[in-house]
Write a protein that binds this ligand. Structure first.
Ligand code: HDE
Length: 697
C-alpha cells in the first residue's frame, strides 16, 4: 500500500476494547481492504448481535480470509528450503579475451546479484542441517539481462541424463506410502535407486563427505557443475567451469552435531546468514574459473560433457577473476526468497551452454516449473525476477500482467512503431555455431562409462578424519535401510571405489563383504587431488565462527573481557551462556548481558567453548544437566574447551577428565591465557580426540 487514505468519520460505531490500536486520532496509517476501503474494526466479524451468527455480507472478513487461504504457492519440488541475500559481483580480472559478456570486461565493474542457498530433499519448513547437497544459485542482474548461475556446493551430480531426474528426486524425497523420512537420504528408496545407478557413486562419495553438512552457508564452496562456454569477439569458444570459494574458508559440522543442531536451532543456517549480514560481516566468495579449449577437452580421459566428472585443479588450474559479496538481507522472505525464479537458460551474450545432457534437460525444466509455481507467464515482472536493465518485446497479456503497454503494436515486423523493439544482430545473444551431426538415438556415450575412477580419486584425496566420516556416513545411512539386498548392492559398488572402505562399512553394518559389482570399464588409479579435501585447505581463523562462554555467577570480569577480545582478534564472536537470560553478575559487580539460557544455548551452536567462574558458581553449574551436556557435547564434537576455574564437579558429572593430554583443554587461569585459547580454537577441531569418542571399524 503506497499511501493510506484519509481517516473517515471519527465516530466509532461500537464500543472498543481498551487494547485495540486505532489510527483515528494519531494521524497514523489507516488499515484498509485491498480495495482501499478503510476498515473500522480489525478485531471482530460482523454478527447479528454480539453472540449471533456471522453475516455473509462482511466483505472485510471475506476478503481477509480469502487472501489468507491463498497465501501459499507450490513450494519448489526440489530445493524448497532456502535462504537468500542481495549483494554484488565485482570483476577483478578482465575476461575480454574469452567473452563478450559485458559484466566480465572491466575490472572494478560491479553488478547487483541475488543469491539463494538451499537444501534439496526437504520441504520448505524442514531443518537446515540434514545430510544433503546444497543449492548455490546466483542471479546476476547485468546490463545485458539476467544471468543465472544455478549451481550446487558439490561439483558433480548423481545422474548423467535429465531423463533420470524425476526418478532420483522421487527416490530421495519422503517415501510415498508413508510420507517419511523428511529431508533425509537414509532410507530404502534412495539407496535402492543409488544401488542400481552406478553413475551416482562419485556424487555419493561427496554426499557422504562432510560437504553435505556445512557449518554455515557462508563457508560453502559453490560450483556451476556443467561445462559451459564463453565466446569472444572473434567468435572463438572456450569451455568454462565456474567455482565459488568462500574467503573465510570452508568448514563442516560433525554428524552428531548436525543431528543436535536440527533440534536446537532448525534455522541454524538461515539465522547465521541473516545475522552475519545484519552485523555488517558480509559473506564473500572468490569466483574461480577453469578455462580450457576443445583440444584440451579432447585430451582428458573423461568427457567434459559428463556431469558426474570434475576437472582436477592439477589438470586445469583455477584462475580467480572476481568476488561475490552479500551485503543486504531480503526485506521480505516470500516476495524475494520464495518468489525468486532461477533458470539456467537465463544467459547473456558472450556465454553459452554445452551439450551436457543434464544441462540440456535443465534448460527446459526451470521455466516450466516457474509457470506452475508462480502461476503464469508474467513472473519475470515480479521485482526480484525483473531484469534491472530495460527490456522490451511484443509478448503480451496473461495472468497477473502488471505492465500497461501503450499503443496498437503488439507484433513485429510492423510499420506503425518504428521506434519499437527490433532484433539486433550485433548486440543480441548468438549461439556458438558448433557443428553437430549424427543419428537420432537414445544412447549413453561410451565416454561416460567410467563411474568409479574419480569416486576413488575423491575418497583417496581426503584426510584420514574425512575418510572416517565417509565410512561413518555410509554406515549410518545403510543402517537405516531395512532391505538387506539393497545394503549388499551398495557395498558391492563401494568395493569398486576402495576395498578398505567397503570392508570398514561392511564391518560397521555387521555384514559380510559381497563380491564386487561388475564395471563396464576398469577403475583407474588417479593421482590424489588435495583441493578435494576441505580439511587440507582449512584456514586457521575464527572469522565467521562463534565461541560460547558458559559463565557462572561471580565470574572474573577481566577474564571474560580478555576472552572476548582474543576471540575478536581472531575474527570471531563470543556469546555468553548462563543460568538465566536476565544477566549474570560478574566479580566486579557488573551485570553481564546473556545471549542464551544454558538449556537454550547448547554447545552445538558454537565452534569452541569456555567455562568460567569461581568455585560456588562452578559447583552450581556442575549440578545442572544442561551444563553437563554443554561440556560433554563440546568434547564429543572435538571442540577446544577453555577452563577458567575449578569445574571438577561439572567435568566429573559429564564423564570427562581434563588432564589426559588432550590439546583441546586450555587453562584460563588469568586474562593472559585468553590468547592461547583463541589461537587454539582458531586452529579448529581436535581430530586426535575422535577415535576416543567415536571408535570406527
Ligand atoms: Fe535443479 N531444479 N534440476 N539442479 N536446481 C530446480 O527449479 C532440475 C540440477 C538447482 O534457489 C527446480 O525453480 C532438473 C543440477 C538449484 O530457487 C527444477 C535437473 C543442479 C535449484 C529443477 C536438475 C541443480 C534448482 C525446482 C536435471 C546443480 C534451486 C524449482 C536435469 C548444477 C534454485 C525451480 C533456487 C531447482 C530441475 C539438476 C541446481 C524442478 C530437471 C545438476 C540450486 O526446475
Amino acid at each position: 500500500m503506497a499511501k493510506s487514505p484519509p481517516s473517515p468519520s471519527k465516530a466509532p460505531t461500537a464500543p472498543r476494547a481498551e487494547t485495540h490500536q486505532t489510527a483515528d486520532d494519531s494521524g497514523g496509517v489507516v488499515l484498509t481492504t485491498n480495495q482501499g476501503i478503510p476498515v473500522s474494526d480489525n478485531q471482530n466479524a460482523l454478527t447479528v448481535g454480539p453472540r449471533g451468527p456471522t453475516l455473509l455480507e462482511d466483505f472485510v472478513l471475506r476478503e481477509k480470509i480469502t487472501h489468507f487461504d491463498h497465501e501459499r504457492i507450490p513450494e519448489r519440488i526440489v530445493h524448497a528450503r532456502g535462504s537468500a541475500a542481495h549483494g554484488y559481483f565485482e570483476l577483478t580480472q578482465s575476461l575480454a579475451a574469452y567473452t563478450t559478456a559485458d559484466f566480465l570486461q572491466r575490472p572494478g565493474d560491479r553488478v547487483p546479484v541475488f543469491a539463494r542457498f538451499s537444501t534439496v530433499a526437504g520441504g520448505a519448513g524442514s531443518v537446515d542441517l540434514p545430510r544433503d547437497v546444497r543449492g548455490f544459485a546466483v542471479k546476476f542482474y547485468t546490463g545485458q539481462g539476467n544471468f543465472d548461475l544455478v549451481g550446487n556446493n558439490i561439483p558433480v551430480f548423481f545422474i548423467q541424463d535429465a531423463m533420470k531426474f524425476p526418478d532420483l528426486v522421487h527416490a530421495v524425497k519422503m517415501e510415498p506410502h508413508t510420507g517419511y523420512p523428511q529431508a533425509a537420504s537414509a532410507h530404502d528408496n534412495f539407496w535402492d535407486f543409488i544401488s542400481l545407478t552406478p553413475e551416482s557413486f562419485h556424487m555419493i562419495m561427496w554426499a557422504m563427505s562432510d560437504r553435505a553438512i556445512p557449518r554455515s552457508l557462508r563457508m560453502m564452496e559453490g560450483f556451476g557443475v556443467h561445462t559451459f562456454r564463453m565466446v569472444n569477439a572473434e567468435g572463438a569458444s572456450t569451455f568454462v567451469k565456474w567455482h565459488w570459494r568462500p574467503t573465510i574458508g570452508s568448514q563442516s559440522v560433525v554428524w552428531d552435531e548436525a543431528v543436535k543442531i536440527s533440534g536446537a536451532d532448525p534455522d541454524f543456517h538461515r539465522r547465521d546468514l541473516h545475522e552475519a549480514i545484519k552485523a555488517g560481516d558480509f559473506p564473500e566468495w572468490e569466483l574461480g574459473l577453469q578455462l580450457f579449449t576443445q583440444d584440451e577437452a579432447d585430451g582428458f580421459d573423461f568427457d567434459v560433457l559428463d556431469p558426474t566428472k570434475i576437472i582436477p585443479e592439477e589438470v586445469v588450474p583455477l584462475i580467480v577473476v572476481g568476488r561475490l559479496v552479500l551485503d543486504r538481507n531480503p526485506d521480505n522472505f516470500f516476495a524475494e526468497t520464495e518468489q525468486v525464479a532461477f533458470c539456467p537458460a537465463n544467459i547473456v551474450p558472450g556465454l553459452d551452454f554445452s551439450n551436457d545432457p543434464l544441462l540440456q534437460g535443465r534448460l527446459f525444466s526451470y521455466l516450466d516449473t516457474q509457470l506452475i509455481r508462480l502461476g503464469g507467464p508474467n513472473f519475470h515482472q515480479i521485482p526480484i525476477n525483473a531484469p534491472k536493465c530495460p527490456f522490451a518485446n511484443h509478448q503480451r497479456d496473461g495472468h497477473m500482467q502488471m505492465m500497461v503497454p501503450k499503443g496498437r503494436v503488439n507484433y513485429e515486423p510492423n510499420s506503425f512503431d518504428p521506434q519499437g523493439p527490433r532484433e539486433s544482430p550485433s548486440l543480441g545473444f548468438r549461439t556458438f555455431p558448433s557443428r553437430e551431426e549424427g543419428d537420432k538415438v537414445r544412447l549413453r556415450p561410451e565416454s561416460f562409462a567410467d563411474h568409479f575412477s574419480q569416486a576413488r580419486q575423491f575418497y583417496l584425496s581426503q584426510t584420514p578424519p574425512e575418510q572416517d566420516h565417509i565410512a561413518a556416513a555410509l554406515i549410518f545411512e545403510l543402517s537405516k535401510v531395512e532391505t538387506p539386498a539393497v545394503r549388499e548392492r551398495v557395498l558391492s559398488r563401494v568395493i569398486n571405489i576402495d576395498k578398505a572402505l567397503a570392508t570398514r562399512v561392511a564391518k560397521g553394518l555387521g555384514m559380510p563383504l559381497p563380491a564386487p559389482a561388475e564395471t563396464p570399464v576398469g577403475v583407474k588409479d588417479l593421482p590424489p587431488s588435495p583441493p578435494l579435501s576441505l580439511l587440507a585447505k582449512a584456514k586457521a581463523t575464527l572469522a565467521g565462527r562463534k565461541v560460547g562462554v558458559l559463565v557462572a555467577e561471580g565470574a572474573d570480569a577481566r577474564l571474560l573481557a580478555a576472552v572476548t577480545k582474543a576471540v575478536k582478534a581472531q575474527g570471531g564472536k563470543v556469546e555468553v551462556v548462563a543460568e538465566t537470560i536476565g544477566g549474570v553478575t560478574l566479580d566486579d559487580g557488573t551485570l553481564q548481558p546473556v545471549h542464551h539460557r544454558v538449556d537454550g544455548g547448547p554447545s552445538v551452536l558454537f565452534d569452541a567453548v569456555a567455562v568460567i567462574g569461581p568455585k560456588p558458581g562452578a559447583e552450581r553449574l556442575g549440578g545442572m544437566a544442561a551444563a553437563q551436556t554443554f561440556v560433554r557435547d563440546a568434547y564429543g564434537h572435538l571442540k577446544v574447551i577453555g577452563v577458567g576455574g575449578d569445574f571438577t564437579t561439572l567435568f566429573h558429572k559429564a564423564g570427562l577428565t581434563t588432564d589426559d593430554n588432550d590439546a583441546g583443554f586450555v587453562g584460563l587461569m588469568k586474562p593472559a591465557d585468553a590468547k592461547t585459547f583463541a589461537d587454539r580454537a582458531a586452529a579448529g577441531r581436535i581430530w586426535e580426540r575422535e577415535p576416543k569418542v567415536r571408535p570406527l571399524p
